[in-house]
Design a protein around this ligand. Structure first.
Ligand code: SF4
Length: 180
């Protein structure tokens, strides 16, 4: 069954009919095309993000041209670059300051797994401190890969139920990170 259905106008009613869908789907569609990313860029992957935002790749085609440098006004945290253990608490604080619903992308090998920096001072993936929704591989990932990850986030947003954030499973996920 399609998410959006065309309902014919009943006999005697003027017009071609109307589209019907669920509230979940309608809000998901609106949200997914108006995400406000917060770029948390600490090193080289951030340069690829600049290319992703520039005119050639143009992330604004997906409704995400409005970057937010305030966590209060962002719903997608894009982490790009090496995250040292000293930087970890700052990143976590930024995540905590974002309101629900919020999503997280780990862009590049460093943010996803520590990358080549298998060393005492570097987090071996930001999912050690915050939940991650989409991982983008690469060192660095090309803008096409970042866009692919962004589309992955859009699909998640479109299919997520409005009730997910109140489910015991989601609360359990947050609790596993020590977040109430
Ligand atoms: S993944 Fe590669 S390009 Fe990206 S921050 Fe790490 S070392 Fe730099």
């Amino acid at each position: 069954m399609s998410d959006i259905q065309l309902v014919e106008a009943p006999p005697g009613v003027e017009g071609a009919g109307f589209f019907a869908t669920s509230l979940d789907k309608a809000i998901g569609l609106a949200r997914s095309n108006s995400l406000w990313p917060l770029p948390f860029a600490t090193s080289c992957c951030g340069i690829e993000f600049m290319a992703t935002m520039a005119s050639h790749y143009d992330l604004s085609r997906f409704g995400a041209e409005r970057l937010s440098f305030s966590p209060r006004q962002a719903d997608l945290l894009m982490v790009m670059g090496t995250i040292s253990k000293k930087m970890g608490p700052v990143l976590r604080q930024v995540y905590l300051q974002m309101a629900e619903p919020r999503w997280v992308m780990a862009v590049g090998a460093c943010a996803s797994s520590g990358g080549i920096f298998d060393t005492y001072s570097v987090l071996q993936g930001i999912d050690e401190i915050i939940p991650v929704d989409v991982y983008v591989p690469g060192c660095p990932p090309r803008p096409e890969a970042i866009i692919d990850g962004f589309i992955g986030i859009q699909k998640l947003v479109q299919t997520e139920s409005l009730r997910r954030r109140n489910t015991p499973e989601y609360q359990k996920l947050l609790a596993s990170y020590g977040i109430q």
